[in-house]
Design a protein around this ligand. Structure first.
Ligand code: CTP
Length: 394
């Protein structure tokens, strides 16, 4: 019904970008991007009013987001100008506004558009050879300045290449190498760089794109001392195994996968290098503290605490309780032998859910005078319960 509305408003609407690409690749993609030839904000506002859904605008960029009740989003952009002169030095080329909008995009495979208006619905529009490159499984930029305009595309190329099992085209490879050599990634703001690395780290299998980043000599942008060797690769393989284990075991429990891989990436660095890399990525003070703390404590647990003795469940509980799931998952992958792995797994499955049946309130009713003694009693009770010395009331 986007098409019908566009027609009623005297506009033309197209689905574009990743949505069309994934449609042709038969991959699911719930993010729909729409470009309208006309006023996208008016289009989105009318749609939202007619369907009783929420809508947000970016007046400055002439874009809007439709937000459906199930949280699905549809981005709407406007392509309003009727013709352009581009490139300036060549004779005037008349571009349709849609064509101009698509020309600004990153790779040919992302420039396909699907007409939505009635009468032409479903017609595929391919100005830049996107279909051919999809068929040839090639990632190709549209023009030589693409990566200069937006260096994040270096990382996007790697991400798409590995996700789809494509190859970056020869010319585009040369442009990437050149862009890296020219230090274009160094010029990128920390948040944007972090965002792109996060997107790579939440890919289904982050190892291939992370390895490819190494082939393109991208890592020095974070630290000269990241050594992408077999040891680090093995760690990433184990991290992925434990991340999958966590997902299957605790379906509803969120896990920030990028954080797990970031801990992995940093684990081979010296503390000062970790600090520099965090600075480069503009981590928040909270994130820096969390990294530094994990960096200091995890190895102490793995090589100090766990091998020292057979620990009671209560001791394991106390040792692991301060950690969030991401650090625990990292710990399991990093552990060299079975004992810590099993301990963390027990903690995940059992210990962390244990609590005392008795609460402070009950102690008060029993006539125990309030004070620090409460903590002591409840802690001891919890320990006894963890260690199986107190059983549930049946
Ligand atoms: N785009 C671009 N340059 C960028 C980022 C995005 O040209 N640096 C364009 C691409 O053409 C892309 C569209 O904007 O198709 C939307 O980008 P994004 O939201 O990243 O969507 P997808 O291509 O669908 O990527 P993903 O599948 O990872 O969501």
């Amino acid at each position: 019904d986007f098409g019908k509305l566009a027609k009623d408003l005297g506009m033309k609407a197209y689905a574009v970008g990743g949505f069309v690409r994934d449609l042709l690749l038969r991959r699911s993609n719930l993010d729909i991007d729409i470009v309208v030839e006309g006023d996208g904000i008016e289009f989105a506002r009318t749609y939202a009013r007619e369907h009783g859904i929420r809508c947000r605008f970016h007046k400055k960029f002439n874009t809007a987001v439709l937000i459906f009740p199930d949280d699905r989003r549809v981005d709407v952009a406007s392509a309003r100008f009727e013709y352009y002169q581009y490139p300036a030095a060549l004779p005037i080329v008349e571009f349709s506004s849609l064509k101009m909008d698509l020309y600004r995009r990153d790779f040919t495979i992302n420039t396909l558009a699907l007409a939505l208006n009635p009468g032409e619905f479903g017609q595929l529009i391919d100005f830049f050879g996107g279909q051919r490159d999809l068929k040839d499984k090639t990632i190709r930029v549209l023009h030589n300045l693409s990566l200069v305009e937006d260096p994040t595309r270096i990382l996007r190329a790697i991400r798409f290449e590995q996700r789809f099992g494509f190859r970056i085209g020869k010319q585009t490879v040369a442009l990437i190498r050149n862009a890296v050599r020219m230090g274009l990634l160094q010029k990128l703001g920390g948040r944007r760089l972090l965002h792109e690395i996060q997107l790579i780290m939440v890919e289904d299998d982050p190892l291939p794109p992370l390895r490819r980043m190494n082939e393109f000599a991208v890592w020095p942008v974070l630290s000269a001392n990241i050594l992408f060797d077999q040891k680090l690769e093995d760690l990433f393989v184990r991290l992925r195994e434990v991340v999958s284990w966590h997902r299957l075991s605790f379906l509803d429990e969120p896990l920030e996968r990028w954080w797990v891989y970031m801990l992995g990436l940093f684990s081979g660095l010296a503390a000062a290098d970790v600090e520099d890399a965090c600075g480069r990525l503009q981590f928040t003070a909270g994130q820096r503290e969390r990294i530094a703390w994990a960096y200091r404590t995890v190895s102490g647990l793995l090589w100090g605490f766990f091998p020292a003795a057979e620990h009671k469940p209560s001791a394991i509980f106390r040792a692991l309780q301060p950690f969030k799931p991401e650090e625990l998952v990292f710990m399991m992958a990093k552990a060299q032998d079975e004992t810590p792995r099993r301990a963390v797994s027990h903690y995940f499955h059992r210990y962390r859910h244990v609590s005392t049946e008795l609460k402070g309130r009950d102690l008060k009713e029993m006539g125990v005078p309030p004070g620090p003694i409460y903590r002591v009693i409840l802690d001891e009770l919890l320990d006894a319960r963890l260690n199986g010395e107190v059983k549930d009331r049946q």
